[in-house]
Design a protein around this ligand. Structure first.
Ligand code: ZN
Length: 323
């Protein structure tokens, strides 16, 4: 039995796991993420790799790193990771020097898509688009069983498709990006506005926070919807409709068998997905001539990225040995 280590390098924490060839996590380790210091962060990564590998000497074949930002197409250098404060970090070379096994660096959205494709909701599918609905929207695209990276490693940034010309400002510098309408941030913003304009109906939702519309948080919304709160249900329906519109555009370009929806907001399940499915089916181009892509819930939760990164490292080490 051999293993690979997958590491999710996030803005607040570093989560690593020793993963076997079936995608099962054997052990995990977690550390605080040092911000704005790539060398320090990579030293922490090397430390957790050593810790996880220690009980299995010689059995770890590679290390996969998932990072929130674009990575060059040779999967070596992180161009830019705003949450970490990294720019142009040759993470692969720096880490390989210390850990002594081959390293692969991958965008975290791509790594999560690969994890779901190999071991989660994408089982049995060759063409899959993963949509991670968190505070923003991340993505990863698999076509004919191959992860799409693009010429500059920046493919799959689907949250920044334009939904409304000159719409709401986005952190990327443009206006009207899809993630301004179909993300967790959009959900909370819309729910607060609905709670303010329909205060009489929003008693239950408001009671979960501090009693004011501004006090409504994401965690309150799923709970309120489950308890039948119409304002929360309508907020999910609105965001789900926006989600479905974007999926229809993605289907026109990518023609996936399935969309896999992950991220924190996906935990609301059908409150989000019923309207997304309806809208995708309504808006799909050429819908009489083609099947509507399935919408599936992600299965691996916040472990998808590290499981995917570990498997990409394993696949890479196999191709290195074969060549
Ligand atoms: Zn944007």
């Amino acid at each position: 039995m051999t293993f690979s280590v997958g590491v999710d390098v996030g803005g607040t924490k570093i989560l690593a796991g020793l993963v076997d060839e079936s995608g099962a996590i054997v052990t995990t380790a977690r550390r605080e993420s040092p911000r704005n210091d790539a060398n320090k962060a990579l030293a922490v990564v090397a430390e957790v790799v050593a810790e996880l590998s220690a009980p299995y000497p010689g059995a770890v074949v590679g290390v996969g790193l998932g990072v929130a930002g674009p990575v060059d197409s040779s999967r070596s250098t992180v161009f830019f990771a705003p949450n970490l404060g990294w720019s142009n970090v040759p993470a692969r070379a720096l880490l390989e020097e210390v850990v002594g096994v081959p390293v692969v660096v991958e965008n975290d959205g791509n790594a999560a898509a690969w994890g779901e494709f190999k071991f989660g909701a994408g089982a049995g599918v060759e063409d899959l688009t993963m949509v991670t609905v968190g505070t923003g929207i991340g993505g990863g695209i698999i076509i004919d069983g191959v992860l799409l990276r693009g010429a500059h490693g920046a493919a799959g940034e689907i949250g920044h498709m334009n939904a409304i010309p000159d719409g709401l400002p986005c952190a990327c510098g443009r206006n009207g990006c899809w993630e301004q309408y179909a993300s967790g941030n959009a959900l909370v913003r819309d729910a607060r506005a609905l709670a303010a304009s329909r205060r009489g109906e929003a008693g239950l939702l408001l009671s979960l926070g501090d009693g004011t519309p501004e006090g409504v948080q994401g965690v309150h919304l799923t709970k309120a919807a489950e308890l039948g709160d119409l304002v929360a249900i309508d907020a999910f329906r609105g965001v789900g409709t926006w989600l479905g519109r974007g999926l229809a555009d993605l289907a026109a370009i990518l023609d996936p068998t399935a969309f896999v929806i992950g991220g924190g907001v996906s935990e609301a399940g059908d409150f989000l997905l019923t309207s997304a499915r309806q809208t995708l089916s309504d808006k799909l181009s050429g819908k009489r001539q083609r099947p509507t892509p399935e919408i599936r819930l992600a299965m691996l939760g916040n472990r998808a990225g590290l499981i995917g990164a570990a498997d990409l490292a394993r696949t890479n080490s196999q191709s290195l040995r074969a060549s």
